[in-house]
Ligand binder design. Structure first.
Ligand code: SF4
Length: 408
């Protein structure tokens, strides 16, 4: 099989992995005349597949052969797909060739598990080591790691990569036992914990002035939404744990879509992309807006309302906390107003020190007036008391009902 054919198979097999954004990566560059390439400081995943997933970078698998049999995966051992495998040298060559032709800004490399977790990890690390140490490659490098591999190999991967990730795939052990029998939640969390320790050690050494050290800036994971019965509350609970205990950079939510050669225990229909979107919004509320998971979802309300963004849904359930007076509201409370993001909250806090804020000021900041008006008191606006109590408020924000199509 020639390289082109392998590339077609292994790039296609990699497209199901959503966790390839590079935002937050440390900028490396080759100014000064040494090394090859540079990594953008902001996200360099700038191209999207027709299904909306990011597929930029050279995003490939080392091989799509796999010993494991995860039901949701097209590469599982019982799947009847064409198989291929690169050698580490071939991936290095492709990466450098594409880089020099300006096709890519980095490499996203994952792999099915061949022979053993350690053997596979050695091959992944060999690619990263050769790129960094032999070719002085300074582009972005994201390596998928295997929780069952030895800690030394995972550590070496973290030394060469900008980002490493371990895919959790499903939020609960019961689901993993059913859909990915060889995977284990505890083992994955242990591996994440070890990576966290190494990242912390590396950061400490950097802070103490050791500039020789190169190390990944963070780890991330991906979960598949809608393949099993897990609720949004299950996903957010797991994400909260991963952000809190392991300080993950990102949890990527990937709506399940049926794969060719599907397993009989998978749903026949794709999960709504809107569910994935709402989970990302809720995830942001936890990370950047000070919301606790239990404020967003409760045992009585285990799934996000697909009609409303989760912050608006929370505000409508907590109308007694509004309207807020823009002259006196705290930063924490303002962050909870639908339509206000962290940047605008900071701007409003600084403007109000000098002058009363009017609706026109909000409009100048490009804040959506229809969205914020029911929740804020400004110098020239006080929403009528009935407005917040009215069910019309929900009707105003929820999308209009649509005529369903009839299928025959
Ligand atoms: S380990 Fe599971 S998810 Fe990963 S390639 Fe193999 S079958 Fe697919």
């Amino acid at each position: 099989m020639d390289l082109q054919e392998k590339l077609a198979i292994l790039a296609d097999a990699a497209k199901y992995d959503a966790s390839c954004a590079s935002s937050g990566a440390k900028r490396r560059d080759s100014r000064g005349g040494t090394g090859v390439g540079s990594a953008g400081g902001a996200g360099i995943c700038h191209s999207y597949a027709p299904d909306g997933r990011c597929i930029s970078l050279l995003k490939v698998l080392l091989t799509n052969r796999c010993l494991y049999d995860c039901h949701y995966c097209i590469n599982r051992r019982s799947s009847n797909v064409r198989r291929a495998a690169f050698t580490p040298a071939e991936v290095v060559r492709l990466t450098l060739d594409f880089y020099k032709r300006n096709y890519i800004e980095g490499l996203f490399l994952s792999s099915g598990i061949i022979r053993s977790a350690d053997h596979t990890m050695e091959q992944l690390v060999a690619v990263a080591r050769t790129l960094r140490e032999v070719h002085d490659f300074r582009g972005y490098l994201h390596l998928k790691t295997i929780p069952e591999a030895s800690p030394e190999l995972i550590e070496e991967a973290a030394r060469h990569a900008d980002r490493i990730s371990l895919n959790l795939e499903l939020p609960k052990q019961e689901s993993l036992s059913r859909f990915a029998p060889e995977k284990n939640l505890g083992r994955t969390k242990q591996a994440m914990g070890r990576i966290r320790l190494k990242l912390d050690e590396a950061n400490d050494r950097k802070r103490s002035g050791d500039r020789r050290l190169r190390h990944a800036t963070g780890q991330s994971t991906q979960v598949i939404v809608g393949a099993d019965e897990s609720t949004d509350a299950d996903f957010l609970a797991r994400s909260e744990e991963l952000y809190g205990s392991y300080r993950l950079r990102r949890v990527y939510y990937s709506a399940f879509s049926p794969i060719p050669e599907p397993s009989a225990i998978l749903p026949a229909k794709p999960a709504p992309l809107l569910r994935e979107h709402r989970l990302y919004q809720a995830d942001w509320l936890m990370r950047f807006y000070g919301f606790h998971r239990r404020e967003i979802l409760t045992p009585e309300l285990p799934n996000l309302d697909l009609r409303l963004d989760p912050k608006l849904a929370w505000a409508l359930r907590n109308r007694h906390r509004f309207p807020l007076d823009l002259r006196t509201a705290t930063r924490e409370d303002l962050l909870r107003v639908p339509g206000l993001g962290p940047r605008n909250v900071e701007r409003l806090l600084s403007i109000r020190r000098f002058a009363p804020i009017r609706l026109a000021d909000l409009a100048r900041l490009r804040i959506s007036l229809p969205k914020v008006r029911p929740f804020l008191i400004t110098a020239d606006h006080r929403p009528p008391a009935t407005e917040l109590d009215s069910d019309r408020l929900l009707a105003r924000f929820a999308p209009k009902p649509e005529q369903l199509e009839l299928f025959c």
